[in-house]
Design a protein around this ligand. Structure first.
Ligand code: NBY
Length: 829
């Protein structure tokens, strides 16, 4: 609890915090102060890292007054707010974003120059916090940006992993993972608050007891860990608003090891401390198949328990009537990772606050909403009852009771339809007794949403149809979006200036205004300027890849880009088959090099360390790249580049340079995609299947400005139903045969046929994601791409139309949809 406010005696002690003056001189003074008094160095003897940190502190100083004010107001106003619960936030670099939000970019640039410093050199020093795997974590980062920009009272809650997503390197073309020690050179954007630590229990047992004639249960944890919050500023864009992201770090409780210390086993006591601190040590790099590891469940419970307690303690007045909790908060569950928050809130209300079960359940069902991000059955998280019961025995009891009452209600509605009951039970019996977290979230959530129209429809019809029937109106859609601040203003300043020149300012927070560019698509002068922006972005990317990776990007090539996690369903293999087809055609002499549009293929992809097939595919891409890039027969025509360690920072350089965006998942598998939106907003044309948000992109930009190929989701279903034999497609298509045979021949593995044999046999005899079935259609679509690219002016026109018609994909629009359909949390201005 906050201590009583101190009694001010000095006049300055009651003056509001105002921060430094917004002038170059003021900035220089503050910067030098920070260099001297925070870093303890003089400018003349400072290291680049000292200067970067001092610059970051200075930007912080400018935001501080607003932040303190907003924290005060959020407590005072007592408006309903959002607690966004997410195990991942893939933030990207902070410096530029915060400069932009605070309108300090020019002042800071000049101030640094006045100190003889090139601010660009300092920008490069920032290590991005990679506290997420991919789309889900980046979405959370876009959402907190939009929430702040739209002045919605909200807090992001998550985990402060000491090691984020691994750093990827390639050794002989194979992925090697290195730890991401992002905190080692200092972390200027965070504010630890050890005094606000929460104690989080684990293990132990439950007991029944008599509370003045009322039978109650309580949990007696076996051990505890301290959760220490670290606050991050989340500044809104040009609105003076600064929200908070609160990430939890695990520290051993002092009581934790006292017993062991007292027993004289010092070494054991220190080991126990390490055990506790392991909880926030590392981000699990699995982006779909959850591993069911105990440490992961510890992470999940650790951060949601801390977050719920933090909210109840610090955001509500001491006399708040918890019956009114739904008027004050909605906990948004970002996938199933935070779903253990549901029994935790029940435990707090019933066991700790003494509320009746039914009242507590009615409240809980109004306080949660759940977003699903997948359709892959193997990605639906399950926790074994055995593990859950050991780690969180009281929560397991609560889950059982929720399930019993839920199934009773189902029986009442549908009768004793045992099949249906089994299918809807939160507890699964096979292959092991376990808790289906998505079911728990669906039962507890006021709303359940998918992340694109098609995904939400399939979620209702295929994944949770019984629930949709049982809970009419519970399911809804909120199509994902991306923040135009980071992905247009910061990543694509050339395009941003051109847009502002054409449409005036204002589009950054009202992205539908991009529609105004449609008219400019017909203006040759504008097209020329637009094309020049793209060319400049390509040059900028070339520079980055030269310094970062030693690559030489060929001039005048179409940049064909596929960047995303490596996953079989995303079908990087289809892209490889296209490249091998082009290569084989030219190298064999059957196709004249001059007839092929010069292309540079760029890949970026990390594979989960335990995902063997994904790692093989990475190896193959690198192997194909080595051969293609060294073969004089395709020189000047084909180039394959795979910069390692694709992350937000690299995305910000690659996407604005792209001509062609590859969104080629098997229909029905990609929930939404968000990279697809970033590309369209950067003027890349999409080649894509009718999947996820591609469907909506195509509807908006128009068929003429989108290269559609492949089976639709119903066609995929029909082919499965009829019986899919990939080898039939191999037999029937000569081009496909040539490509696969070339891989199988060892042409990309120094003659060794065994290296990529598992990939080849997987394609021929299994092919779960129907790469071979869509090959012919993909190759045909790529031929259309080639033809279209030959007319540069027409391509540029399409490119402008892509930008003009993609305003819908702003995360501001997504947040507006969440507010209207789910949260009902109006902005507090
Ligand atoms: O979420 C992605 C979807 O694949 C993509 O289609 C969608 O656009 C995006 C945002 O809605 N899902 C995703 O990124 N998932 C993960 O990163 C992830 C991470 C961890 C685990 C599962 C999935 N896990 O089980 O540990």
């Amino acid at each position: 609890p906050a201590s009583a406010a101190p009694v001010a005696t000095h006049p300055l002690a009651v003056a509001p915090v105002t921060g430094p003056p917004s002038s170059v001189d003021g900035f220089v003074r503050e910067f030098l102060n920070n260099l001297n008094y925070e870093q303890g160095v003089a400018l003349s003897s400072s290291s680049p890292n000292d200067r970067y940190l001092a610059l970051a502190y200075t930007v912080r100083d400018y935001l501080m007054a607003r932040w303190l004010e907003d924290q005060r107001r959020q407590r005072e106003v007592q408006a309903k707010g959002v607690c966004y619960l997410s195990a991942e936030y893939l933030l990207g670099r902070q410096l530029d974003n915060n400069l932009l939000a605070a309108r300090l970019t020019d002042i800071a640039t000049e101030a640094m120059a006045a100190c003889g410093i090139d601010i660009d050199d300092l920008r490069q020093l920032e290590v991005e916090p990679g506290l997420g795997n991919g789309g889900l974590g980046r979405l959370a980062a876009c959402f907190i940006d939009s929430l702040a920009t739209m002045s919605v009272p909200s807090t992001g809650y998550g985990l402060r992993y000491e090691y984020g997503i691994f750093r990827q390197t390639f050794v002989d073309g194979e992925q090697i993972e290195q730890p991401d020690a992002w905190l080692t050179l200092g972390s200027p954007w965070e504010f630890p608050h050890p005094e606000a630590a929460q104690t989080i229990g684990f293990g132990g047992y439950t007991e029944k007891y008599d509370d003045e004639g009322v039978a109650r249960s309580r949990w007696v944890p076996g051990w505890t860990v301290q959760a220490v919050p670290y606050n991050y500023m989340v500044p809104g864009y040009h609105n003076g608003r600064v929200n908070t992201l609160r990430l939890w770090s695990a520290v051993a409780s002092s009581a934790f090891d006292l017993r062991i210390f007292n027993a004289g086993d010092y070494a054991e006591a220190v080991r126990a401390q390490t055990f506790a601190e392991n909880i926030s040590k590392v981000l699990y790099p699995e982006d779909s198949t959850p591993q069911g590891k105990e440490l992961r469940l510890q992470q999940q419970y650790f951060f949601v328990a801390a977050s719920i307690h933090d909210f109840l303690e610090h955001s509500l007045s001491p006399d708040f009537d918890l019956a009114n909790l739904p008027d004050r908060v909605i906990f948004q569950l970002n996938d199933t990772h935070p779903v253990i928050a549901v029994p935790e809130l029940m435990r707090v209300l019933v066991d700790e606050k003494g509320m009746k079960w039914d009242a507590a359940w009615a409240i809980t069902q109004q306080c949660f909403a759940y977003t699903c991000h997948t359709l892959l059955p193997e990605a639906l998280e399950m926790w074994s009852v055995d593990l859950l019961g050991r780690l969180l025995p009281r929560h397991l009891e609560i889950i059982y009771r929720i399930n019993d009452e839920f199934l009773a209600a189902v029986r009442e509605r549908f009768g004793d339809d045992e099949m249906r009951i089994r299918n809807m039970s939160i507890i699964a019996d096979f292959p092991e007794r376990s808790v289906r977290m998505a079911f728990l979230a669906t039962v507890a959530g006021a709303k359940v949403n998918g992340v694109a129209e098609l995904h939400s429809q399939l979620l209702r019809e295929k994944v949770l149809p019984d629930f949709d029937e049982f809970y009419p109106g519970k399911f809804t859609n909120v199509t994902n979006g991306v923040t135009p601040r980071r992905f247009v203003r910061l990543a694509n300043p050339g395009l941003a200036s051109l847009i502002t020149e054409a449409l005036g300012a204002g589009w950054t927070v009202d992205l539908e205004r991009l529609r105004g560019l449609e008219a400019f698509a017909e203006d040759p002068e504008f097209r020329a300027k637009f094309a020049e922006v793209k060319a400049a972005n390509k040059r900028r990317l070339s520079d980055v890849l030269r310094t970062r990776d030693g690559f030489e990007v060929s001039d005048g090539h179409m940049l064909d880009v596929m960047v995303k996690r490596l996953h079989e369903y995303k079908r990087q293999m289809l892209k490889v088959l296209h490249i091998v087809t082009l290569y084989e055609g030219i190298a064999s002499g059957r196709v004249a090099a001059a007839d092929v549009q010069p292309r540079t293929f760029i890949f970026g992809a990390k594979a989960a360390p335990g995902y063997v097939m994904a790692k093989r595919i990475i190896h193959l891409i690198n192997a194909v790249g080595s051969v293609v890039n060294a073969d004089p027969r395709v020189e000047g025509r084909l180039q394959v580049l795979f910069p390692p360690n694709y992350n937000v920072t690299l995305a910000e350089r690659v996407i604005p340079a792209a001509d062609l965006s590859e969104q080629i998942s098997l229909a029905g598998k990609e929930a939404s995609g968000t990279g697809n939106m970033k590309f369209a907003l950067s003027g890349a044309l999409t080649i894509g299947t009718d999947d996820g948000a591609n469907v909506e992109i195509r509807q908006l930009v128009g068929d003429d400005n989108f290269f559609l190929f492949g089976m639709t989701e119903p066609e995929v279903e029909a082919l499965w139903a009829k019986g899919y034999k990939p080898s039939d497609f191999y037999q029937a298509d000569e081009g496909l045969r040539r490509a696969i045979d070339l891989i199988a021949s060892g042409a990309f593995s120094g003659g060794d046929r065994s290296t990529f044999e598992p990939i080849v046999s997987n394609l021929l005899y299994d092919d779960r994601f129907m790469v071979l079935a869509d090959y012919a259609s993909y190759i045909a679509a790529q031929a259309r791409v080639d033809a279209a690219y030959a007319d540069q002016d027409a391509w540029t026109r399409s490119s402008i139309l892509n930008v003009a018609r993609s305003g819908f994909f702003s995360s501001d629009r997504s947040i507006r949809d969440y507010i209207d359909r789910i949260w009902h949390t109006p902005p507090v201005l």
